[in-house]
Design a protein around this ligand. Structure first.
Ligand code: AMP
Length: 650
């Protein structure tokens, strides 16, 4: 990788006139203060960005030994109140969401007033079903208005929402619901697949049946297919909403800043998804601040965060961040990969989108489609690229061709566990470097460590990114399993948050994010754990062994390459490949579809049985000239067989 980079600042002169932070000195002064006087800094920010019913007892508490962290404990607030009610007096008629269906003819404009009415109605419906503070409610909904309404209704009554991405299968949904003992599920009767509506309830019923804690399945019947509930626990949204005894207003539940707001599951080893827990106080502050200062948004603007709300980016920049700042958001039902590239431009134009938050995969997809190149999009003021490593060529294309050298392109780094952006350049602070995430956000104290756990001293040397102290938006735990929070995140390097991301810092101190050092694969902004896929593949009776690795994919950034060992009696075939794909889809979801499969007689293992992954990584990436040290492999002849059997992606 060339470390030569150019700085781009053509946008700066005009952009700075309106930026919240207008130069590097202003950033540096505030950043220094956030580290030197964290109590004072965060107390000030918390008062500025959020409305509190009661002030906190202590700003911050951190016990590195137990990885227990609190922000603003004792403070009382409500997320839905902060997102909606407090804007009503002055901005009841301001748009909160422009919704556009997969079919462009289907649209809705939802004002803050409408949102308030819908959220209150649903809050009353949930209350009437006995759902209240602390109860877990799963949401399995496509990108339709019911999704943000449901998230906010849960927040209003103090229930903990857990949104499950609809690209995950009903089985994956059920395993998440079992883990958090969800009392209710809000879903739809059918999902769109390639333009068709496919009924969902028949595949949901069998997987939901064994869940003893599930009392209510609230179904938004969109398919109009004469669906009828088959038990007391299934309720049609329309029927429940029509109950005349429901109050029109549900007072927002007073929540402690440290009460959980949501659980967002990330892929773990099969059967054990990890429920990342975020809280009302710290998370909301991080979401509000980064939306305002990194995305540089202001209330009269329109933000389009293309991420599904089933991911952290969708939670933070599709819902909470924009609403906390009084913005309008675009909510688009279509999936990035299935939408026409021109659709991006059409939506930006139709709604006058000011700020676009998308992924490198989408940018490459739009670039390949050709439809956006040089298209005049005068409303656009900023683009943020989130969720995956960016490459300089893609960055350059977005800056010149989509942004016309007017719009900063902000490469912003975050994780589900970080709640929001941790490292990103501030758009008014200085020139931008393609594919560099720039500087840490306020209060974030990052360090790149070498293999010995020592800070990397020389610029441009790779290491692992760790964060030396907690920030308000940091996850608090893994639901019901704090050990799984301590071990991977705080025990690797004592007392520091271990990101599992490789990074480097250049001579200016700017960060460049590289790749995961563990087995997490990022596909089109989604996150999947190779171990989970491997466990599912191994379960299939025809497969004797399986390993899954990533490889560089020209559009998706990372692709999934599966090595599957078969019994000698089983012959590889296209139909077996389809069977395995179906198996993965059923057990995990469409996100787990491999791009390439290579059949093999065995996997390269050491005597102790460990798969030698660096060999598989090299084969998947096509770097087969030097396979490195193969001495530890039990069956060295296997390597040549694997090289000979390599499949070319595409
Ligand atoms: P998720 O939890 O799904 O948001 O995925 C988090 C992971 O996405 C991180 O650990 C990184 O590997 C990757 N990621 C997120 N943002 C960036 C970025 N701007 N550059 C490089 N990788 C990123």
């Amino acid at each position: 990788m060339s470390l030569l980079h150019y700085r781009h600042g053509a946008h700066l002169e005009s952009y700075r006139r309106t930026a919240h932070i207008r130069d590097e000195a202003a950033y540096r002064a505030l950043y220094r203060r956030s580290l030197e006087d964290p109590e004072g800094f965060w107390a000030e920010q918390a008062r500025l960005y959020l409305d509190w019913e009661k002030q906190w007892d202590e700003v911050h508490h951190w016990d590195p030994g137990s990885a227990r962290c609190r922000w603003f404990a004792g403070g009382v607030l409500n997320a839905a109140y902060n997102c909606i009610d407090r804007h009503l007096e002055r901005h009841r008629d301001r748009i909160a969401f422009y919704w556009e269906g997969e079919d462009p003819a289907e649209t809705e404009s939802i004002t803050y007033g409408d949102l308030h009415d819908r959220v209150n109605r649903l809050s009353a419906m949930l209350r009437a079903r006995g759902i209240g503070k602390g109860d877990r409610v799963a949401l399995y909904l496509p990108m339709i208005p019911a999704l943000p309404v449901s998230m906010l209704a849960c927040a209003r009554i103090g229930a903990v929402h857990t949104v499950v991405y609809t690209g995950l299968s009903p089985k994956a949904l059920a395993s998440r619901m079992a883990d958090c003992r969800a009392k209710a599920l809000i879903t739809v009767d059918g999902m769109r697949r390639d333009g068709e509506r496919v009924p969902l309830i028949p595949s949901l019923r069998p997987v939901l049946a064994p869940l003893p804690h599930l009392e209510t399945v609230l179904i938004d019947a969109r398919m109009d297919a004469g669906f009828s509930p088959d038990s007391d626990r299934e309720v049609l949204w329309g029927d429940a909403a029509a109950d005349p005894s429901l109050p029109e207003f549900v007072p927002p539940e007073p929540m402690d800043a440290e009460d959980p707001l949501f659980i967002l599951y990330i892929s773990g080893v099969r059967g054990r998804p990890k429920g990342v827990v975020h809280t009302h106080g710290g998370y909301l502050l991080h979401a509000a601040m980064t939306t305002r200062l990194v995305l540089d948004a202001r209330p009269e603007e329109i933000l389009w965060c293309t991420s599904d709300m089933g991911w952290i980016v969708g939670h933070t920049y599709g819902l909470y961040g924009p609403l906390l700042n009084g913005l309008a958001s675009v909510l688009f039902e279509g999936e990035p990969e299935s939408a026409e590239p021109a659709r991006y431009g059409d939506i930006i134009e139709r709604y006058g989108v000011d700020r676009l938050c998308w992924t490198p995969t989408e940018i490459r997809f739009a670039r390949n489609g050709g439809a956006l190149t040089g298209r005049d999009l005068p409303s656009l003021k900023l683009m943020a690229s989130v969720g995956e490593p960016m490459d300089p060529e893609t960055w350059e294309w977005a800056y010149h061709q989509v942004g016309g050298d007017r719009c900063p392109v902000i490469d912003a780094y975050l994780q589900t566990e970080t709640g929001g952006i941790l490292i990103a350049p501030l758009p008014g602070a200085g020139p931008l470097k393609p594919a560099f995430c720039g500087q840490p956000f306020f209060g974030v104290d990052p360090v790149v460590l070498d293999d010995f756990g020592e800070p990397v001293r020389h610029p441009n040397r790779e290491g692992v990114l760790c964060i030396r102290r907690p920030w308000p938006g940091m996850a608090r735990t893994i639901h019901n399993d704090h050990e799984r929070f301590i071990d991977p995140y705080f025990n690797r390097i004592r007392g520091m948050y271990f990101t599992a991301d490789a990074a480097l810092r250049d001579a200016d101190g700017d960060f460049r994010m590289l790749a995961r050092v563990d087995d997490v694969i990022k596909v089109c902004g989604g996150r999947i754990c190779a171990a989970e896929m491997e466990a599912v593949l191994r379960l299939h009776p025809e497969a004797t062994d399986a390993a899954v690795v990533r490889f560089p994919h020209p559009v998706k950034g990372e692709g999934i390459y599966a090595f599957v060992a078969l019994d000698a009696a089983v012959h590889p075939s296209d139909s077996l490949k389809e069977t395995l794909l179906r198996h993965l889809r059923e057990e995990i979801g469409s996100i787990a579809a491999f791009d390439v499969i290579q059949w093999t007689r065995a996997l390269p293992r050491t005597r102790s049985g460990k798969v030698v992954r660096h060999i598989l990584d090299k084969i998947a990436a096509g770097n087969v000239d030097d396979m490195g040290d193969a001495a530890a492999i039990v069956d060295p002849a296997l390597i040549q067989d694997l090289i000979n059997g390599r499949q070319t992606p595409g």
